[in-house]
Design a protein around this ligand. Structure first.
Ligand code: GTP
Ligand code: MG
Length: 191
């Protein structure tokens, strides 16, 4: 997919700040530092559309990116960042739940898991919650370049078992491996 147009459409912490509903939305969700903003940039073919950082807790608000006037990529702040207070974590929960439950145009949720890590309690909680509300979930294993190529299948198997998902798409922002496959998934869901 050639992305000829990619722009920040809105930055929001509450519903009044969401962009007008219209385009189908694809949501990037996962723990802090798992690579949500980086993956979004690779999908958009832009280096720094969404801000990324080596230290967790970079994205603090909901960012809506208009992609080709075709769909919206929605970058969420990550969960499980140890340095936020309990109060802040609760605010995160409210902000995310309110968004996810109020937008009718959410076509799929991209649940990102680091290929090197096992699921955390919060990952499980998030997955259960998304399943409970019947979201279309696409699971991705990020940073696949960080492990040896021959170790990828066994990590994917473990993550498939842990998530009870049929497919987990490996993705690397370094090699762009997984980009074409994810665009294929998006295009199918938009049609
Ligand atoms: P928050 O906004 O804090 O929730 O984090 P995030 O999930 O948006 O992560 P972000 O995209 O900011 O990436 C975190 C770090 O992981 C950055 O240093 C990225 O360069 C690195 N990173 C992301 N994806 C990959 C990847 O596929 N391979 C490698 N090697 N590094 C990656
Ligand atoms: Mg981010």
């Amino acid at each position: 997919m050639d992305v000829f147009y990619a722009e920040l459409a809105a930055t929001a912490v509450k519903p009044e700040q969401y962009p007008p509903a219209g385009l189908p939305e694809f949501v990037f969700i996962g723990k802090s530092n798992v690579g949500k903003s980086s993956l979004l940039n690779v999908m958009a073919g832009r280096k720094a559309l969404a801000r990324t950082s080596g230290s967790p807790g970079k994205t603090r608000v909901i960012n809506f990116f208009n992609i080709n006037n075709l769909c919206m990529f929605v970058d969420l702040p990550g969960y499980g960042y140890a340095r936020v207070s309990r109060q802040e974590a609760e605010k995160w929960g409210v902000m995310i739940d309110r968004y996810l439950l109020s937008r009718r145009r959410i076509r799929a949720v991209f649940m990102l898991l680091d290929i090197r890590h096992d699921l955390t309690a919060l990952d499980r909680q998030m997955l259960d919650w998304l399943r409970h509300y019947n979201f279309d979930i696409v699971t991705l294993a990020t940073k696949s370049d960080k492990i040896k190529r021959n170790a990828v299948p066994s990590r994917l198997k473990l993550l498939r078992e842990a998530t009870q998902m049929k497919d987990i798409l490996p993705f690397s922002c370094e090699t762009k491996n997984g980009r074409d496959e994810l665009w294929e998934i998006i295009n199918k869901k938009i049609q």
